[in-house]
Every structure is written in C-alpha cells, then in structure tokens.
Design a protein around this ligand. Structure first.
Ligand code: URA
Length: 213
C-alpha cells in the first residue's frame, strides 16, 4: 500500500491511552468498559488539544492575599458530530462546562460510506473562536470535511479536530481539503477496508458505545 505523507497531526501518546485503546479494540469489551475507556482516552486527548487555549489575567482575593490568577477566555465552541461525537462531548464538558456546543448530524450510508446531513444546530461563531470538532473515528474524512464546510460557512476560522482512532486515508483527505486544520488523535491505524471501516480499528464506535449492536 502507498505510504501517505501526513501533516498537521499530533499522535497523543500515553501509557493510559495504550491500555484503554487495547480494552476498546477487544471485541469482547462490554458496553460499560467501552464507555469508561473511551472516556479516559477522550480526556487525555482533550487535555492535549486544549494546551494552547487563551487565558486572561484575573485579580482575585485568596483567604490570605490578593493575587493575579488566570482564567480561560470564553472563546471556545465545541461541535460533536452526531452521534458518536456525543461520547467525547461529555468528557470535554467536564473540563469546560460553560462552553458553547453546536451539533452536526451526519448519517453514514453503509453502502457508499457517503455522509448525509440530517441535523445542524450551531451557535454564532466568530473568527476569534476556537472550534473543536470532535468525532471518535476519522475514517474517510468525509463527515469531518462536510462538517468543516458548514463551520467555515458559519464563520469559523480556527478549527481543531479531535479523534480517537484515525485512518491515514482520512487524515490525508483532510490535509488536502483543509491544510490549516490540526488533528489530535490517539491512534493512526493501518488502512480502511472495502466497507470503509478502520483496520484494525474498533468496529462501529457508536454501536459499541451506545450498546446498539
Ligand atoms: N466509523 C466507525 O464507527 N468505525 C469505523 O471504523 C469507521 C467509521
């Protein structure tokens, strides 16, 4: 198979990710374990992807003294791609509970692997906003590119993608369509199969997370 030259991608590495990904990939993993371990991977990814968030100084009074602390600027928008993105949204909201959330609903046609939009509800997005587009599985890149088209139309300039497992083919498509968009992922797998599933991957993320197998 042709080696793809991948850009703008951070492979987040951590022993907890190695452990949790192995639990997730195992076909015998229960729904409860799948939720717990996808949560662990999502949290580590989110910590890494939010490392450069903007903070502003804030003067506060501790019980002992006045000091200048730092507070996050309220400039983040998070957009999960329904439905699997919801799994990562819940983890992100633990860290950023007052973040604005927009939703994009895309259904993947099982035969053609094409993404069809069935829902969109996005907040006002300004060029200064930092938008996190979250979807656990980056397969062909079709859903994420369709989502970025919508976000760009809405005014988003600064978009970061966060995925749990990615396929080289999908990363390459995103690199071509949006060379300025950075991707954070916990794994870059081998390839897509003929049904456009990631190999070795972990199967259908949404079905395994929501117990709809
Ligand atoms: N979506 C999934 O849930 N799994 C894949 O392997 C590809 C897309």
């Amino acid at each position: 198979m042709k080696q793809l030259r991948l850009k703008n991608i951070t492979l987040v590495q951590h022993p907890l990710i190695d452990h949790s990904l192995t639990v997730l990939r195992d076909t015998h993993c229960s729904t409860a374990d799948f939720r717990q371990h996808s949560g662990i991977v999502s949290q580590i990814l989110i910590l890494e992807a939010t490392k450069n968030l903007h903070v502003v100084n804030k003067t506060i009074q501790t019980p002992l003294a006045k000091m200048i602390g730092k507070r996050l600027k309220n400039d983040v928008v998070v957009v999960p791609v329904l439905r699997s993105g919801l799994a990562m949204l819940m983890e992100l909201q633990d860290f950023l509970p007052s973040t604005r959330v927009g939703f994009i609903g895309l259904h993947r046609d099982e035969k053609t692997a094409q993404a069809h939009q069935y829902y969109e509800k996005l907040p006002k997005i300004f060029a200064s906003h930092k938008v996190f587009l979250i979807d656990p599985m980056l397969a062909t890149g079709g859903s994420l590119i369709a989502s970025m088209n919508m976000l760009r139309e809405k005014g988003a300039k600064n978009i970061t993608i966060v995925c749990i497992v990615s396929a080289p083919e999908g990363i390459s498509e995103i690199n071509k369509a949006y060379p300025d968009v950075h991707i954070y992922t916990a794994a870059i797998d081998k390839h897509l199969n003929t049904q456009k599933f990631i190999v070795p991957g972990l199967g259908d993320f949404g079905d395994r997370y929501f117990g709809t197998i």
